[in-house]
Design a protein around this ligand. Sequence first.
Ligand SMILES: *[C@@H]1O[C@H](CO)[C@@H](O)[C@H](O)[C@H]1NC(C)=O
Ligand SMILES: *[C@@H]1O[C@H](CO)[C@@H](O)[C@H](O)[C@H]1NC(C)=O
Ligand SMILES: *[C@@H]1O[C@H](CO)[C@@H](O)[C@H](O)[C@H]1NC(C)=O
Length: 318
Amino acid sequence: MWLYLAVLVGLYYLVRWHRERQVVSHLRDKYVFITGCDSGFGNLLARQLDMRGMRVLAACLTEKGAEQLRAQTSDRLETVTLDVTKTESISAAAQWVKERVGDRGLWGLVNNAGITLAWAPNQCLTKRDFVTILDVNLLGMIEVTVSLLPLVRKARGRVVNVSSVAGRLSIIGGGYSISKYGVEAFSDSLRRELAPFGVKVAIIEPSFFKTNMTNTERVLLQVQEVWDRAPREIKEIYGEKCLASYVKLLSEHILPKCNENLSEVTDCMEHALTACHPRTRYSAGWDAKLLYLPMSYMPTFLVDAIVTWGLPRPAKAL
Ligand SMILES: *[C@@H]1O[C@H](CO)[C@@H](O)[C@H](O)[C@H]1NC(C)=O
Ligand SMILES: *[C@@H]1O[C@H](CO)[C@@H](O)[C@H](O)[C@H]1NC(C)=O
Ligand SMILES: *[C@@H]1O[C@H](CO)[C@@H](O)[C@H](O)[C@H]1NC(C)=O
């Protein structure tokens, strides 16, 4: 009985391995548009696909980021500046892409641009804090996607969205998880909606990686800033000691231990763009696979217990 089961499981993985190895043809004629190429995953992916001979259209927030990227890549790669929170900027970039891809359409759209702000208890935050992050991570992504979809449909291409394990598990307050839950929801509906048009949709769910987003100095600065402007009542119920433990948790245990190998993420993206049979979801990082995703399937009471145990206790907790 166990032997049959083992053979079945083995066969399943063999078939999957074989299916996933098949690569789409004519990669050199295919255009891929990537947002957030100044640094991190977007930057590495742009270089990686350029090396593979694909035609990369890289959107950067800053002209400096664009220049640096162009200096490191071939002449095929072109850049445009894009601020995903500005409708005019998105329309201009969409027009720019249209002029380049022409009748071929856009093979790949990678929604990678994202920010993180103040990982802090919700009680310390204001509506503004949430609006800022949703504007980039969710609404910006939606507008970019909707603007470019006609070109992607034309190529029967791919949409790849960068979500996060935070899109499965909401551990700490603030808008980041909310934005990524939103990305997951959108991706699921978009995947079903676009299947009839031959467009495939993939979601990447990385855990914590060393990028601009998890820069220790910046994250701690943001935490301090939120704490400084929190109402006195909030400061009293949490207490300086709780803040100190929280800063210690971030600066000693979470941020320095982020995964360093960004290729784990960009390889998933590359597979989603180049394989004949891409997956719907890719998790990247050992902790995503072994910790956060399994946790997201656990019963809520168990997750609550683990998170409560892991996070610092407020001074005036019961
Ligand atoms: C890094 O992140 C900060 C804040 O999220 C942003 O202002 C800055 O432009 C980013 N830098 C790069 C190179 O992406
Ligand atoms: C990507 O995210 C955008 C905005 O959240 C959404 O419109 C789209 O459906 C998502 N697509 C994929 C493939 O995740
Ligand atoms: C980084 O990750 C990629 C993809 O998972 C792997 O092929 C490569 O060997 C890793 N590099 C290092 C230095 O661990």
